[in-house]
Design a protein around this ligand. Structure first.
Ligand code: ZN
Length: 414
């Protein structure tokens, strides 16, 4: 195995070695490793994507860990570029401050703060804010915009330095980070050390219930080491001297959980949302291995359906392009064999991705002007959870005789 990838042998949450393989996706390069034109002849290394289930605590995870430096230091995702996420974070800050009021000037720390989108809303309300993010460029952008942001990977060691320099925090947030961390026990010790007695730790993660129920298999990529359920989180936090007090379902990324955690002797009560999620998870069978095997069979059926459609379109000499180049499109394209033989290019609205080439397959990424220049017969929406808004924005393409293919949750052609 490559030096860039290591493999753990026990459960990330409970350390048990009773792990069973649920299924195996196609191996891919890191999902965000878009490359420049001068590198398109270089082959990119692909890493395994195998999903394991812990028979002891039911945690679902991948065990192959790609070096975080490769994954996150040149990260191109910027939250402030998407109006949907900006609104999401504004509501998020409102919810937290309303339900967990803070004294003026209290410190709020965001781990994986990206360009500071969430922190700016806390700052506007008069709180002292500090962000931490491993991506160098995004950090300097956040600092330029007046959000103090430290460049680094958060862990127990790092938390000591933060405490020395800034003191304890009333609120610590970490969104779409908790699934990225291999050593969660160390991460949570860092949180505990930084949190004031009545403080709360809030994090958002993709929710395993949504992944399974809505076939969000493309959220599986190397950045996401864990696919969290409330059942396994409750026992994890208990073991680590903390308590999960809320588990609210939110719409981000096709279905996420906003979890709120306090120190064991902290002052807030446990809300009903926690037991509601546990009941749902039992109903969906998230605590049974067989559920994941069935999930994979469903996935294979969807793949066959889409392959048949492509074969027909190619026989009829139709041209197809892709729309949307989020990280998850990499898993999606590899698993469903959407390669350079199927699509000529990918459209993406992020200027940071335009002009680059897709991970591994090296398909060029352009701005949406290319649709009207190239006039393809079909656009397959790779960012399929945004299908409705993409189709609405480009109804001109459809009015001019073009068609949209929505691959999931149900294959549809418009
Ligand atoms: Zn476990």
């Amino acid at each position: 195995m490559s030096e860039q990838c290591s493999r753990r042998k026990n459960c990330r949450l409970c350390n048990s070695e009773k792990l069973c393989q649920c299924f195996k996706l196609e191996s891919t390069p890191p999902a965000n490793s878009f490359i420049k034109k001068e590198d398109i002849l270089k082959e990119q290394e692909r890493f395994p994507l195998e999903i394991y289930f812990c028979e002891n605590c039911f945690h679902v995870q991948i065990l192959d860990i790609v070096d975080p430096k490769i994954l996150f230091e040149n990260y191109v995702y910027v939250s402030g570029t998407s109006p949907i996420f900006v609104k999401h974070f504004e509501d998020y800050a409102d919810y937290i401050l309303k339900n967990f009021p803070q004294t003026e000037n209290s410190l709020i720390i965001d781990i994986g703060s990206n360009d500071g989108t969430l922190l700016q809303f806390f700052k506007q309300k008069g709180h002292k804010v500090v962000g931490i993010d491993p991506a160098k460029e995004i950090c300097s952008k956040a600092n330029d915009q007046g959000i103090e942001t430290l460049n680094g990977f958060f862990n127990f060691e790092y938390s000591k330095k933060i405490k020395e320099n800034y003191g304890k925090a009333g609120i610590i947030t970490a969104n779409n980070v908790f699934a990225h961390v291999d050593d969660l026990t160390d991460f949570v010790s860092g949180i505990k050390q930084l949190l004031s007695n009545d403080g709360i730790f809030v994090f958002e993660v993709s929710y395993l219930a949504d992944v399974i129920d809505n076939l969000l298999f493309d959220t599986i990529y190397h950045e996401h080491l864990s696919y969290h359920s409330v059942i396994s989180l409750v026992s994890f936090f208990n073991k680590n001297g903390m308590e999960l007090i809320e588990a609210n379902r939110v719409e981000t990324h096709g279905g996420s959980l906003r979890c709120i955690v306090k120190l064991k002797d902290g002052k807030y009560d446990i809300k009903e949302s926690v037991s509601n999620c546990i009941n749902l998870e039992k109903k969906l069978g998230l605590n049974e291995l067989d559920t994941y095997r069935k999930f994979f069979n469903r996935l294979e059926m969807k793949k066959n359906e889409l392959q048949k459609l492509f074969e027909k379109l190619k026989r009829d000499k139709k041209t197809i392009i892709g729309f949307g180049a989020p990280a998850k499109a990499t898993t999606f394209m590899y698993q469903f064999c959407i390669n350079e033989k199927i699509i000529d290019c990918i459209i993406d609205d992020s200027p940071l991705k335009q002009g680059l080439f897709s991970p591994g397959m090296h398909i060029p990424v352009y701005s949406s002007e290319k649709i009207y220049e190239k006039k393809p017969d079909y656009i397959i929406i790779l960012a399929w959870n945004f299908s409705q808004s993409i189709m609405k924005k480009h109804d001109k393409f459809k009015n001019n005789g073009g068609h949209f293919i929505i691959p999931l949750p149900k294959l549809e052609v418009y």
